[in-house]
Each structure stands twice: as C-alpha cells, then as structure tokens.
Design a binder for this molecule. Structure first.
Ligand code: PAF
Length: 282
C-alpha cells in the first residue's frame, strides 16, 4: 500500500492506473476505523482493480463549536487496517494541502441539506460535498462507497454526483452495528459506560416504530411519539436533536407513511451526538 499526502501525487498515480486500464474504487473516511469502515473497504475491494482509501478529518464540515480538535485519531492503526483490507493507496493529506488559505469555492445541495442533521449543522454538508467532490476529481474514482448510517450524506452526495454529471457510481452499504444494535461510529468512544449501556435504546425505539408501521400505523406524528416515549422511559440522559420521517430520496418530511419512508434521528448522549435511521417502508 502506498501512502500519499500530496493530492497531485495521488492524482498522478490514479491517472496511471486508469491509463493501464485499471478501474478505481474510493472509500472516503475520517479515520479511527471500526468494523463499519472495514465493511466499506472490503466491499469496495471487490468493486474495482484498485482501492483508494482517504483518511482526512475535513475541517470544512465541522462547525465552530463542534469536535474538530477532539475528533479521535489513530493514523498508525488506521493505516495498518487499510492495508489489511487491501487498499492500494491511503491518502492522508494535511488540511493545508486540501484548502488554500483563500479557498473560496463550495459545493452545496441546499434543498437536501436544510433538514435533519443540516438543521443543527448548517455548514456540515457544504463541507462534505466540497471535500468529496475534490476526492472524486483527484482520484477519478469509478465507484465510491459510503455508509447508510449517514443516510442524508449519501443522499446528498448521490444528488450532487447526478446534478454535476460526476461519472463516479455511488454505492451505499448497510449500517454496521454492535451486537446490541448500536450503530458503529467513531464517536461512540465519547460514551461513558453508563451511556454506552443505554445507547442501544436509540435503535430499539426505531425498530418499535418500524414494527408499528408494518402493523399498519401510517400517522407520522404517532410513530414519532412512540419513539420519543420509548426514549423518555429507557434512554436516561438522551436529548433528541431531531426525529423525522422523510422520503428516502427527496428527504422531504412526510405526514403519512403510505410509501417509501425513512425515520432518521440524532440524539445527544453526554458528549456524543449519535445518529441512526431505519426504513419504515421501502
Ligand atoms: O462520512 C465521513 O466520514 C465524512 O463525512 C466523509 C464522507 C469522509 C467526508 O469527509
């Protein structure tokens, strides 16, 4: 596995692979790998001749009071994991190599970024889209793999790629979970033992809502009330940031669940802000 810190050196290697007729899969990450990242890499490994993994804690997607400084990092361990998962290249740029001091160009999909996580993280998806498009342009990736835990992110990236005629195919992988159902996240490391013990109730409540939808409940308000009551009883300390039912592609809020519907949430638990989602109907 080659390690690149210089964007132009990575781009040159990717051009050489393409010139040799080799296609490229990309897994963009911010590091501190868990089994969910390994699943993305393992899946991507099977999609193309060459696998590029990027590891960049992208400052542009963190708001002023967010956890950019404290975001967990372990480059040595991550590099060993990427290599063991068959990466041909690991791209680990410094922020200055990705953003000039007078960087002024942003990519936005405001219609899809206004709700859900975007409501409390107003610049987040602008930062995500900008860095992901940079990665697509640098690598010329034929395919890129993202996790469905960040449902809104993959929906926005899909729309960005469609609207800008980016030829990279976007593949989404199901959320990887701990045995008790908690969605894997690098931020789970912020949880105290007591918070970790109750955190699976986030998912348990979403499953109860899906069961209710499958049993015939179509009223979005009642489905959300069921989840909030579950958390009030079984998730001590949990502060819902949002709980919404939306169309899975347009991300527009739904009042009635009579077709494709996604329930998505973010919950603050101690220092962690945890997100999860479930398809109520597909
Ligand atoms: O999902 C993430 O880890 C990040 O948002 C991404 C896609 C790597 C962009 O920085």
């Amino acid at each position: 596995m080659q390690i690149f810190t210089d964007p132009q050196a990575l781009a040159a290697q990717c051009r050489a692979w393409h010139a040799a007729g080799e296609d490229i899969a990309l897994v963009p990450t911010m590091g501190y790998y868990h089994a969910g990242h390994e699943d993305l890499m393992a899946h991507a490994r099977g999609l193309a001749r060459r696998l590029v993994v990027s590891l960049f804690v992208n400052p542009a997607q963190f708001g002023p009071n967010e956890d950019l400084e404290s975001y967990p990092r372990d480059a040595a361990r991550d590099s060993a994991i990427a290599e063991s998962r068959g990466a041909d290249a690991l791209f680990m740029p410094e922020p200055g190599a990705m953003y000039a001091p007078d960087h002024a160009t942003w990519v936005e999909v405001p219609q899809l970024a206004k709700g859900l996580c975007g409501a409390s993280r107003p610049i987040h998806f602008r930062g995500v889209c900008t860095v992901v498009l940079k990665l697509f342009l640098l690598t010329g990736a034929d395919v890129a793999v993202f996790g469905q835990k960040d449902w809104q992110q993959q929906a926005i990236i899909r729309r960005m790629a469609r609207d800008l005629n980016v030829p990279t195919r976007i593949v989404a992988r199901p959320t990887t979970r701990e045995a008790d159902g908690l969605a894997m996240s690098s931020r789970n490391v912020y949880l105290t033992p007591d918070e970790r013990a109750v955190a699976p109730q986030i998912r348990a409540a979403l499953l109860a809502a899906r069961d209710a939808a499958v049993a015939g409940e179509t009223d979005a308000g009642r489905l959300k009330a069921l989840v909030l009551a579950h958390w009030a009883e079984r998730l001590p300390g949990g502060q819902p940031d949002y709980l919404e039912i939306v169309h899975p592609e347009s991300l527009e809020p739904l009042a009635v669940v009579d077709g494709p519907a996604l329930m998505a949430c973010a919950v603050r638990l101690g220092k962690a802000r945890l997100i999860d989602n479930i398809l109520l109907r597909s």
